[in-house]
Design a binder for this molecule. Structure first.
Ligand SMILES: Cc1cc2nc3c(=O)[nH]c(=O)nc-3n(C[C@H](O)[C@H](O)[C@H](O)COP(=O)(O)O)c2cc1C
Length: 368
């Protein structure tokens, strides 16, 4: 029997379920693939010299299963990014504000180097990331925030499928003109950097302009029913990010997992305090401090991260129950207990079939 929930894009990619999972964790990515979804590994937060080793590990563990990789490539970043130099040029009022917060919250310095404490998003960094993902065995390359004609052309020339996260029809049209293979319509509800249109309003608009280019729905999706709803709007699957943070394979710091389990959709907010660009995160005392009276406007990307990256690294290293936050979507409502990727995939697919069954059952009731 054919599976009514398997879309043409599933056929193209050779996957069982129209479930696309974005994660920064290799362990999550491997498990999504094993469960029949299409995983996309975020590499935008990795130290550049560690990316080749990460990709080698993914290849070894994936055993030929298809997967994608993702980069975040905003324009208007400096040509070169030396974090010491960027830090030295930060406005004094911002530096003082963050220093006062460090003292008030007793934030220790992080002990390990990380992307957030050593890197500045710059053209030079992006070029090295691009070279590495092009050389990888990933069959898909996704990009967010910026569209790069050169990367898209080079990826396609290597036979890779290109995915672009977009938040408006204007972005979609640009991506289509560059020949992007899959549009990921990412709504305002989404965790991470996002635009201003909600997923439920965005998806039909993107489907309407996409022609034969497949569209995926992203943002706020935490149940299989929502994936079926996306498909009813013309999307060929759902692209989920927040949900996987509940899985053991994500190694989410315990205080962050507790915060996610305790949070509702209304506890996620759009802030520029994380990166300098609008980004939906789950609130914490750190995020709230940036909207309190007297707080300065966050600095633009990449300066805001140079200003606060050590605090972000420290709160994660120390699992600080008051400060810890992460990018998270309105889909956080679906995180209620610790789980595993396999259990989540089983639940999502069961919910998808149940939703379809429900719709069919209504039809049968009416026809009696
Ligand atoms: C913790 C976290 C980090 C993210 N980082 C990136 C990223 O580096 N690149 C990217 O394209 N999308 C990133 N996203 C967005 C996801 O790709 C996806 O669009 C989003 O999570 C979908 O909405 P949801 O969080 O409600 O599922 C991130 C999302 C989360 C939750």
């Amino acid at each position: 029997m054919t599976n009514p929930l398997r879309t043409p894009l599933c056929e193209t990619l050779g996957i069982a379920h129209p479930i696309f999972g974005f994660s920064h964790s290799v362990d999550v990515v491997v498990e999504i693939a094993k469960s029949g979804g299409f995983p996309v590994l975020g590499l935008a937060r990795e130290m550049p010299h560690e990316i080749p080793q990460i990709l080698q590990e993914v290849d070894a563990r994936m055993q030929g299963r298809p997967y994608g990789v993702d980069l975040m490539l905003p324009s208007q970043v400096p040509r070169q990014g030396n974090i010491q130099e960027v830090r030295a040029a930060l406005p004094g009022a911002h530096v003082d504000f963050v220093q006062r917060l460090r003292e008030r919250f007793a934030v220790p310095a992080p002990t390990k180097p990380s992307f957030f404490t050593t890197q500045v998003r710059s053209e030079e960094l992006f070029e090295s990331q691009i070279e590495q993902v092009l050389a990888s065995n990933a069959i898909g390359i996704a990009t967010a925030i910026g569209l790069r004609a050169d990367l898209i052309a080079r990826a396609k020339a290597r036979g890779k499928l290109t995915f672009s996260l977009i938040g408006s029809t204007r972005h979609a049209q640009k991506a289509l003109a560059l020949g992007v293979d899959v549009l990921v319509a990412q709504g305002y509800d989404a965790g991470g950097h996002t635009g201003s249109i909600g997923t439920f309003s965005l998806v039909p608009q993107i489907v309407a302009v996409a022609g034969n280019t497949p569209v995926l729905a992203a943002g706020g999706i935490g149940t299989g029913g929502q994936i079926v709803a996306s498909m009813a709007m013309g999307a060929q699957g759902g692209w989920l990010g927040t949900l996987w943070m509940a899985a053991a394979e994500n190694h989410t710091p315990p205080a962050l997992l507790q915060r996610l389990m305790d949070s509702g959709s209304e506890d996620t907010v759009i802030t520029r305090a994380h990166s300098g660009k609008p980004c939906r995160v789950v609130r914490s005392d750190w995020i709230d401090a940036w909207t309190a009276a007297g707080a300065p406007e966050p600095l633009p990307m990449p300066m805001q991260q140079a200003l606060t990256g050590d605090v972000f690294a420290s709160m994660h290293e120390n699992d600080d129950p008051y400060l810890i936050y992460e990018a998270a979507g309105q889909s956080v409502f679906a995180i209620r207990k610790p789980t595993t990727v396999a259990a989540q995939m089983a639940e999502l697919t069961a919910q998808m079939h149940a939703s379809l069954g429900q719709i069919n059952a209504w039809g049968e009731l009416r026809s009696r």
